[in-house]
Design a protein around this ligand. Structure first.
Ligand code: FE2
Length: 408
């Protein structure tokens, strides 16, 4: 694993879009929609050249989606779709598509001549809005940060094809035009065992937007050897005067020890927070406090899944890490002394992806001495058991923002 300074964007939500500049396809499907007597019938069972053309385009998009997710063995899937007609005032409430891989829409008629209304800022008649699938992520968000904007609103137009992961909640705003909004809604669903699904797809040329990634700061501090030696001595001293050092972390005010090695670490943490804000172009004054505590993990010690409430960012600095060798058996997905982060997107883990990719439900890192990791405090993380007789030393911290009105 490389230890360059980086912010990794974990688990983005891929939203695919493509305007199909094919007026005759839109016209033919509009005609088909007008002719259909049973709007709930599965459109994709029809033997029709326009449906076949749309199926081909969606297939290419689905292929691109699985490729972006680094799925090695693409599952077989099929399409299920119908004509959606939204008359005046009609909407589709917040919902997702259980059991499907993807959900999508192809717009046929998108009237925009809404009547004059006094609308709030988040009111977009006729639009489609997708919502950040990470519950609670915006609760402590501030101006300009990547978790502030929960909604992605798309203005429909005829010929626009959109696809998104089926667990994401979407909202079709009310149509406030006197003519109906007409579209084809569809889902990409898994095939039953004996069913023949779509296996291959042509190359896709549309756009893939990666929305709402979860930032993980990963860096290795330069010249950490000498401070680490001092930190180990310091933590050992602290443990001698408080044997409950690791469990009693509330009283463990590591930051204020007034030791040069501690000050060295605190200045690196502060610099990392500054860099984090700089990366997201949050160029206004932000002030914060570091709360920190030290940990010694001995054989068998682990820390179960948890988040850090009332905190903006959380992190750990690694002082000493046992070697990789162990006599104990362990499951390959739980390598000893590693830290894992859990995909915070609600429902996303119902689908499985290959381990190790940035899309697998658990993102696991084997820390090295001198490594500093920092992540949004709302992310579930857990520390695997130390299966070595060597001790593991680390220093954890929370970044508490001193809230000020201009953050909003
Ligand atoms: Fe933690």
């Amino acid at each position: 694993m490389q230890w360059n300074d980086e912010i990794i964007g974990l688990w983005p939500t891929a939203v695919l879009s493509k305007p199909l500049a094919d007026a005759s396809l839109v016209a033919k499907l509009r005609q088909l929609a007008a002719d259909t007597n049973s709007p709930d019938a599965d459109l994709f069972t029809l033997d029709d050249p326009a449906v076949a053309r749309l199926r081909e385009e969606i297939s290419a998009a689905v292929g691109a989606y699985f490729k972006r997710l680094e799925v090695e063995t693409v599952p077989t899937w099929k399409l299920r779709g119908r004509v959606d007609r939204l008359p005046y005032g009609a909407s589709q409430g917040l919902k997702n598509a259980p059991g499907a891989y993807l959900r999508g829409v192809f717009y046929l008629e998108t009237p925009s001549n809404t009547e004059s209304l006094q609308l709030r800022g988040d009111t977009h008649p006729g639009d489609l809005t997708l919502y950040d699938p990470r519950p609670g992520f915006n609760m402590l968000s501030i101006k300009g940060d990547p978790y502030r904007n929960q909604a992605l609103s798309v203005r429909p137009r005829p010929g626009l094809l959109l696809l998104w992961p089926a667990q994401v909640n979407d909202f079709r705003h009310p149509n406030l035009s006197r003519s109906p909004q007409l579209s084809i809604g569809f889902e990409v669903v898994p095939c039953a065992n004996e069913e023949k699904g779509v296996a291959e797809a042509t190359e896709w040329t549309g756009e893939i937007n990666e929305m709402w990634p979860t930032g993980l700061v990963k860096r290795r501090l330069p010249q950490h050897e000498e401070p680490n030696r001092e930190l180990i001595g310091l933590i050992d001293d602290m443990e001698r005067s408080n044997p409950d050092l690791t469990t009693d972390f509330d009283t463990n005010r590591f930051r204020d020890l007034g030791h040069p090695a501690v000050d060295w670490l605190m200045s690196h943490i502060n610099r990392s927070v500054t860099e984090y804000f700089k990366q997201f172009k949050m160029n206004y004054p932000i002030s914060w406090e570091i709360a920190s505590w030290s940990n010694i993990n001995r054989f068998g010690d682990y820390h179960g899944p948890h988040t850090h409430p009332w905190s903006y960012l959380s992190g750990t600095y690694y002082v000493q890490i046992p070697g990789t060798e162990t006599d104990e058996e362990y499951q390959s997905e739980l390598p000893p002394a590693c830290i894992s982060y859990r995909d915070p997107r609600a429902g996303s883990t119902a689908l499985t992806y290959p381990a190790g990719s940035r899309f697998s439900p658990n993102f696991t890192i084997r820390p090295v001495p001198g490594a500093l990791l920092m992540w949004p405090s709302a992310v579930y993380h857990f520390v695997h058991p130390n299966l070595s007789t060597e001790k593991r030393y680390s220093i954890s911290f929370n970044i508490h923002l001193n809230f000020q009105p201009h953050y909003f």
